[in-house]
Design a protein. Structure first.
Length: 468
């Protein structure tokens, strides 16, 4: 392997799968933003096997940028088109990569972005190496990073043949979201919060990712994936790590990833008793879904962290389709005092800290305040510390910009991916029963039993509201 650690900024951006859905929805808008906001001037080379011409790719870019609110009559878009190049060819054909090497011109530190199915990673990385395009290059790969722990390890071994780990950037776009970074900042920048984040004060943690729509036109993909693989193994475990990790030590990019890796390696592997899977009524009617599919569209799980900070604190994560609202948030429930001074019967879930991740950025705290009058009785209220609109910088723009700079902090690492798969590996597929649930409900009733006395579930309200 000649691909040693690359220093400095990449001087070309190559994206494979240039005519695909991901390029249309995410990559072209991100490239437009990078040209507009960060002055990106490097060659941008799309690669695909579609029989397209460069003019057709430029038209696709125009449609994409317009669909995502960009001004295609601006100088920024004209600049983007001037940087855009295209290589059409089969990934198995060495001639495709010879043409890519030609299109790279004088570029000596390219960034290759594989926006293609993982089954093609081996073929493309080998061709990049054989053509000299991998020399002094960085590699960005999309999730899913495998289908289980064994396939993820095999995928890593395949990439490791040609690219040093320090040059590999594994995208989990949740890490590029402003609200997720806000959780980390709020925890460690405020001396009144961080001392409370441990087993002495926290009763439980709940993380919910709810969508009020179904799988839509992703039936074929989703029926091979399911909720656990699609969002819990990656996005939700990253949120868990952000909420519970120790402060990073040191200023280098690896310090943050080291802290997350340490936390995830301490999370106990899930057993069947820890998981409830559900499937919404009507899922089988979605095009691309097998008539007798047992893939989950909802999953809830109980996690435990085997370290001193969090030992004994239950952590619940749930994610699902066609639930009552579309939102994602985390709630840290604090323990009640050992004795209720005023003799009230107070629900244990009456003190919390809430972090909303989407669609807006909200940090709020639950507390009890006295009701006006002679009696010493109170009511639960929520104090909203901040509520902000979603960040203007889309996650893919931030992540691609960081990858070009060689900043790996917001990307997952090989050992982190392995730790995530280890946690869920034993409960994948049909290891646990599948329960049906009606659309616009909070999933199957069995999920209520999962939280038991550590509950109840705290159901997020519609985005404009608070706790429901």
């Amino acid at each position: 392997m000649t691909n040693t650690k690359v220093d400095g900024k990449s001087d070309a951006l190559v994206f494979f799968g240039a005519t695909g859905d991901l390029a249309y929805k995410q990559i072209f808008p991100a490239l437009f933003g990078l040209v507009r906001d960060e002055g990106l001037t490097t060659p941008i080379i799309g690669v695909a096997k579609s029989g397209w011409t460069l003019d057709q790719l430029k038209q696709r870019a125009k449609e994409s940028v317009e669909a995502h609110g960009g001004n295609t009559k601006s100088e920024v878009f004209v600049q983007l088109l001037s940087q855009l190049r295209y290589v059409d060819g089969d990934y198995n054909d060495p001639a495709t990569f010879q043409e890519l090497r030609k299109q790279l011109g004088k570029a000596k530190k390219p960034l290759h972005y594989l926006a293609i199915p993982p089954v093609l990673f081996g073929t493309v990385t080998a061709q990049l190496a054989n053509s000299g395009c991998a020399d002094n290059a960085r590699l960005v790969v999309e999730k899913p990073f495998g289908h289980d722990r064994a396939s993820a390890a095999a995928l890593s071994r395949c990439i490791d043949q040609y690219f040093a780990e320090g040059n590999v950037f594994r995208i989990d776009h949740y890490l590029g979201k402003e609200p997720v970074q806000n959780i980390l900042y709020t925890r460690f920048a405020n001396p009144m919060f961080e001392p409370l984040f441990n087993r002495n004060y926290v009763r439980s943690i709940q993380i919910t990712m709810a969508e009020n729509f179904g799988v839509q036109d992703r039936g074929r993909f989703y029926d091979q994936t399911g909720a656990i693989r699609d969002v819990i193994q990656n996005h939700m475990l990253q949120v868990l790590a952000t909420l519970t990790m120790d402060p990073p030590t040191g200023q280098k990019h690896e310090a943050m990833r080291d802290a997350k890796a340490s936390l995830l390696k301490a999370v106990r592997a899930l057993a069947p008793k820890d998981v409830v899977r559900g499937q919404y009524d009507g899922y089988h009617k979605v095009p691309g879904v097998a008539p007798a599919s047992t893939v989950e569209t909802y999953a809830a799980a109980r996690f435990e962290i085997d370290n001193w900070r969090w030992a004994g604190v239950p952590i619940f994560i749930r994610a699902g389709k066609v639930l009552p609202v579309t939102t994602a948030e985390a709630i840290v429930e604090f323990k009640r005092p050992p004795r209720e001074t005023f003799g009230e019967l107070v629900a244990p879930s009456s003190a919390h800290m809430r972090f909303r991740i989407q669609p807006d950025v909200t940090v709020a705290m639950g507390a009890r305040v006295k009701v006006p009058g002679d009696r010493m009785v109170g009511e639960d209220v929520e104090l909203v510390l901040t509520r902000q609109p979603a960040a203007d910088v889309p996650p893919y723009q931030r992540l691609l910009g960081d990858a070009m700079e060689g900043n790996s902090e917001l990307f997952t690492r090989e050992d982190i991916v392995d730790a995530e798969w280890r946690i869920v590996n034993d409960i994948l597929d049909d290891v646990t029963p599948l329960y049906s649930y009606k659309p616009d409900t909070w999933g199957p009733d069995e999920a209520v039993e999962l939280v038991g006395s550590d509950g109840p579930w705290i159901n997020p309200a519609a985005p404009a509201g608070g706790k429901s």
